[in-house]
Write a protein that binds this ligand. Structure first.
Ligand SMILES: C[S@@+](CC[C@H](N)C(=O)[O-])C[C@H]1O[C@@H](n2cnc3c(N)ncnc32)[C@H](O)[C@@H]1O
Length: 317
C-alpha cells in the first residue's frame, strides 16, 4: 500500500512531503508489535481473485464482489475490534460499532466540495471516512492514524477493491506531519478530546491547512449549563483518555484564538445507541454506549458526567 501511496503522492500537491511521510510510516510499521504477524496473515489469507468496485451504498462503504463470505469473515475477525465502518463486501455486512454514515450525513452538505482537493483525515481509524472523502472526488484523501491495527484494517478492505479510490491511511500522528504540509480540507473528528493540549492540536491543524482552506472539527462537548468546560478527573464514559469537554461557546473561542475565521457551528447531536452499538464485530468486549451511561438516567455517564454529545464546527484558515 505504501508503494501505491508513493506513486500517487508524487502526482499530487503532497509531492514535496512524500519522502518523510513514507519514512515515518515505515518506522511505525517496523515497531516490535506481537500482533503484526497475525494481522499480516489475516490479510494474506484474503482471496484476491474476487475483487470488486467500491461505492457508497448507505450506510455501507460497499465492495461489489462474489467473494466467499464465510472465509472472508474468518480473515476479518482476526482484525477485531471493528469500531469504524460499516462496510459491505459482497454478501458480508461488516457492521462495526459505529454507524459512520450518521456522522457523514450531519456534515456532508455543509462542507466545500471535495472534488480535486487535497484532504487530510486526522485520526482516521480504519479509513471509513477517508474512503468517503476519496469517493467524493478528492485528488488525494490521506488518513493518519497512529493505532496500527486500524492501519491493517484499512489495508484489508483496500485489498478487496479492484480499483481503489485515492484514499490512503498512514500510521502517523498529526504532530509528525511535516510543517510544509498543505491541505485544502482538514478533518479532525473524534480526536480533540483525546489531546492533553487541545490548543496545540488546533494550532497544528491550522499549520497544515492552506490559506483559505477549510477545517471540519468534530468533538465531544457539554451543554452551557455545565459551565465552560469539564476536565474529567478519571474516566469519561469508561474512556481513560478524555482530557477536556468544552461547551460550544468555549470551543468557538478556542478556534477564534487559534486564528480560524468564518467559524460555524453546524450540528450538535447526542450520541445514541443507533449510532454507537455493540455488534459481534467488536469482539469479546461487547460493551457499547448503553453500558457507558447511568442505567437510571441516560443523560449522565456511568461516572455521573453529562452523557456524550458531539458538535461539528466548520471554519476557514
Ligand atoms: C474516536 S476515534 C475517531 C475516528 C474517526 N475520525 C471518527 O470520527 O469516527 C479517534 C482516533 O484518533 C486517533 N488519534 C488520537 N490522537 C491522534 C493524533 N495526535 N494524531 C492522529 N490521530 C490521533 C486515535 O488513535 C483514534 O483512532
Amino acid at each position: 500500500m505504501i508503494k501505491e501511496f508513493e506513486k500517487h503522492c508524487q502526482s499530487t500537491h503532497l509531492s514535496t512531503i512524500c519522502a518523510p511521510l513514507i519514512e515515518l510510516s515505515n518506522q511505525a510499521f517496523a515497531v516490535n508489535n506481537g500482533n503484526i504477524p497475525k494481522w499480516e496473515c489475516a490479510i494474506d489469507s484474503i482471496d484476491k481473485t474476487s475483487l470488486g468496485q467500491v461505492s457508497f451504498k448507505r450506510p455501507y462503504v460497499a465492495i461489489d464482489t462474489n467473494i466467499d463470505a464465510t472465509k472472508l469473515t474468518h480473515a476479518l475477525k482476526q482484525l477485531m475490534p471493528w469500531r469504524k465502518g460499516p462496510y459491505q463486501i459482497g454478501q458480508l455486512n461488516l457492521d462495526s460499532e459505529w454507524r459512520g454514515d450518521v456522522k457523514w450525513d450531519r456534515l456532508k452538505d455543509h462542507i466545500q466540495p471535495l472534488k480535486g482537493k487535497t484532504v487530510l483525515d486526522v485520526g482516521s481509524g480504519n479509513g471509513y471516512f477517508t474512503y468517503l472523502m476519496a469517493l467524493e472526488g478528492a485528488s488525494i484523501a490521506l488518513g493518519i492514524e497512529p493505532f496500527l491495527l486500524f492501519n491493517y484494517q484499512f489495508q484489508a478492505i483496500r485489498t478487496l477493491m479492484s480499483c481503489p479510490p485515492n484514499a490512503y491511511v498512514l500510521p502517523l500522528k498529526l504532530e509528525q506531519m511535516p510543517i510544509d504540509s498543505h491541505f485544502d480540507t482538514v478533518f479532525s473528528m473524534g480526536v480533540l478530546y483525546h489531546q492533553k493540549d487541545h490548543m496545540l492540536h488546533l494550532q497544528q491543524l491550522m499549520d497544515i491547512t492552506i490559506d483559505g482552506g477549510e477545517l471540519i472539527l468534530e468533538t465531544l462537548i457539554i451543554d452551557q449549563q455545565y459551565g465552560e468546560q469539564i476536565i474529567p478527573e478519571d474516566r469519561y464514559a469508561r474512556m481513560r483518555n478524555v482530557w477536556c469537554l468544552p461547551s460550544t461557546n468555549t470551543l468557538h473561542h478556542w478556534l477564534e484564538q487559534t486564528g480560524f475565521k468564518d467559524i460555524k457551528l453546524i450540528d450538535v447531536t447526542k450520541t445514541t445507541p443507533e449510532e454507537q452499538r455493540a455488534t459481534h464485530w467488536i469482539g469479546d468486549n461487547t460493551q457499547s454506549i448503553k453500558d457507558f451511561l447511568d442505567p437510571n438516567d441516560s443523560n449522565l455517564t456511568i461516572e455521573g458526567l453529562p452523557a456524550p454529545k458531539r458538535a461539528i464546527f466548520i471554519c476557514k484558515k
